[in-house]
Design a protein. Structure first.
Length: 192
């Protein structure tokens, strides 16, 4: 894994080859996307609670196992792949939080720092399960805003990266981000 910029055309070509079932396509794809997936995982896990046991490599591997299991996925291009990967990482983290909460039998909820990227002012702590449920509600009201939050918070993407991933202008993503942050802050009870 070199950390060099991703060759978008090659990633797209391999995604299509993988989708079409070409032997070896997935093996050639993994080295091209692995560093970016780890970068997304590291950014996401920095927001997790102190003492969180999941490491970036484990999050990437779990997410990739789930992605690889989607043999019928209609991969179109690099940005769509990374957008789906951010959603899968969200599901991995939510599933892990649910398992922890179930094992504690209500003894306490898993909390993650929802930095000032989602709330203005001081950084509140928000239950990852509550955030997931709030995002599901936001998706019913405004799917695009929910997608922007998912990419920025769970995918760890910058506004520019999220804009590229969803094919929107940076101004539109920034506007959606601001509106979604305010909605989530109110929806989550302005917890600090």
């Amino acid at each position: 894994m070199t950390g060099a910029p991703l060759p978008p055309d090659e990633v797209t070509r391999l995604l299509v080859a993988w989708r079409d079932g070409q032997p070896g396509a997935l093996d050639r794809l993994i080295p091209l996307v692995y560093d970016e997936l780890r970068r997304q995982a590291r950014r996401q896990l920095r927001r997790e609670r102190v003492g969180h046991t999941l490491q970036p490599t484990a999050l990437v591997h779990e997410a990739f196992l789930r992605l690889a299991g989607q043999s019928q996925a209609q991969w179109q291009n690099r940005r769509q792949f990374f957008a789906v990967a951010s959603r899968v990482m969200r599901r991995v983290l939510v599933d892990q939080a649910r398992a922890r909460a179930a094992s504690k039998r209500g003894d306490g909820l898993t909390r993650v720092a929802l930095d000032d990227a989602v709330a203005t002012g001081a950084s509140p702590d928000v239950d990852v399960l509550a955030l997931d449920q709030a995002l599901d509600r936001l998706e019913q009201l405004d799917p695009r805003q929910a997608r922007v939050v998912e990419l920025r918070y769970f995918g760890g993407m910058s506004a520019a990266e999220a804009a590229e991933a969803v094919g929107l202008s940076l101004a539109t993503v920034n506007r959606d981000w601001a509106m979604a942050r305010a909605w989530l802050f109110r929806e989550l009870g302005g917890e600090r």
